[in-house]
Design a protein around this ligand. Sequence first.
Ligand code: NFS
Ligand code: SF4
Length: 671
Amino acid sequence: MPRFRGIKVGEIRDQATQRQKIVDPKRTVDPACMEALCVAQETGTLTAFDRFAAQQPQCGFGLTGICCRICVQGPCRITAKSDANKKGVCGASDYTIVGRNVARMIAGGAACHSEHGHHIAKTLLHIAEGKVKDYTITDTAKLRAVAETVGIDTTGRSDNEIAKSVALAALEDYHKVGDTPCTWLMSTITPGRRAKFTHCDIAPSTIDRAIVQIMTQTAMGMDADPVNIIFGALRTALADYTGMHIATDLSDIVFGTPRPVVTEANLGVLDPEYVNIATHGHNPTLSEMVVQAARALEPEAKRAQAKGIKVVGICCTGNELLMRKGVALAGNQATQELAIMTGVLDAMIVDIQCIMPGLKPLSECFHTRFITTSEQAKIPASYHFDFREENALEIAKDMVRLAIEGYKSRDQSKIKVSKHKSRVVAGWSFEAMKDLFAGLNPDRPVKVLTDAIVEGKIRGVCLFAGCNNLRIPQDESHLTIAKTLAANDVFMLATGCAAGAFAKAGLMSSAAVDAYAGEGLKSFLKDLEAKADLGHELPLIFHMGSCVDNVRAFDLCVAMALELGVDIPKVPFAASAPEDMHEKAVSIGSWCVAMGLPVHVGVVPPIEGSELIYGLVTQIAHDVYGGHFMFEQDPKRAAELIIEALDYRTWKLGVHRYASKKYETTLAVNW
Ligand code: NFS
Ligand code: SF4
């Protein structure tokens, strides 16, 4: 059997598609967004879609990662045209420059997720110490489950005592004396991955150390070895995983573990008769308070002649609220400005990450109150509230009052409400997924999923993650790949702005099951639905939450590995980020590769300037870790790559299971 190679994996693809000539900037397949972009064009209002077109063609050095600005002698741009230009001033080769640049992107992503997790850990600590009054421990079962996973004694201890230990253990994963690997990493993966990371020496001791180490390793005059740089980058990516897992676990403890909910998504969720408030960003500590404050201030809204207050979400804080509270989702990343274009958004309250600075000037063309809340994310001339846990609800109420004031000053001539919205069945935490599968097998719920794969009913699992990237017409790649995988019986999960794309387009409903699922997937979902006592139907794609919640999907993958008796590189489970944009997406993709997953990426990060680095992440990574990147912008080809990677794993698994049964031996695992 030859070593696994996907179709054209390892071959650098033609970059023509990355440097575009854009004739019409209205590039979206979302009808609600298209309406808003038409309004923008008619009124001469500039959005990110116009600014992206204006940036074309983008610099080829930057696009392929061979521009180095790490020291002040730069920028050094590498070309093969003359010998003197083949290296930077210091003699750095293309592989050093590309490797360092991408490693620093991963550090940026890891920092963002981990800072988010750190914030929640501090909140939990303050709850346990009785220092905050507006937050409580909502999910004590999850608290105890997390404590047990990370090795904290729970017997005879109060919730607050356990919570304090959990919070302190989480904070130790950020900074501690000593070199033992991060607890949240080592306690949530398979024994095989623990051994691999120990053997390759890429398990981070703490998140903060990992980020400091990679920034040092990639400084001018430091590491020039591409393999060493990439392995260092993977250590940082595993620190990212650790911070994400902390963020998700501790958010569930404080705000509750999601359970199935029914809601709606797209710009049509904005109701002109209500005071509309969008929460945008990532951190549930803010958005949960806005929801509470909005409920408390309903009477004030009614006094202002509104029917009430409607809180909606954008990006990942939207996903957090959608998962836990059933709050409607107005849109994903590329929709953020377009929500303001409706003329009925009275306030946008933002916290951290993925918030375009362009929102503020755009809000000035409308009545929308644009409110920043984080000391790390201020935008000039915005309303700024210094949001702190100690008086969170009071501050949230002040912000909601500002929205009510905004409602009163709407410009009726600018109102263009959308009719587009879709039904969404969401709320699929790992716990909720297990409950769902338990309908068919209460003792070994995850076996329901692995059996369906082994029996050939479904072809494997694909997790969709990642952002919108204006290189691709908004949501087009997400929808094309998902519909193709559905027809080919792939069980699908989604998080982040990928989940937002599917929610808006109606793919998180049963109507989508009827419209797009192949026979195997359809019967699998119908069997589950028949046994689930939900009171509503199952969706085609399962919404698992925000970007940090990718760990929920990964927990399912770990459970599948344990159920099958193999390590993760042998589980028919793939990840795809069709429209990746943020450094965080690069970081997530990288830990997925280290964990042993095939990872499709639709927009190639800046690495094509070095064949060596490209080969490392698409081929050598597979040899060492069992996971690899598959870069493919064409969604049809991308779907083929994902299916091929899943089929390869399912086929091998089948052969080895057959052999172990026939010869009555234990399952061989070293393939
Ligand atoms: Ni993820 Fe979520 Fe969206 Fe991308 Fe940004 S909101 S953390 S980075 S753009 S999916
Ligand atoms: Fe140029 Fe080397 Fe400085 Fe980079 S580190 S900018 S390649 S001199």
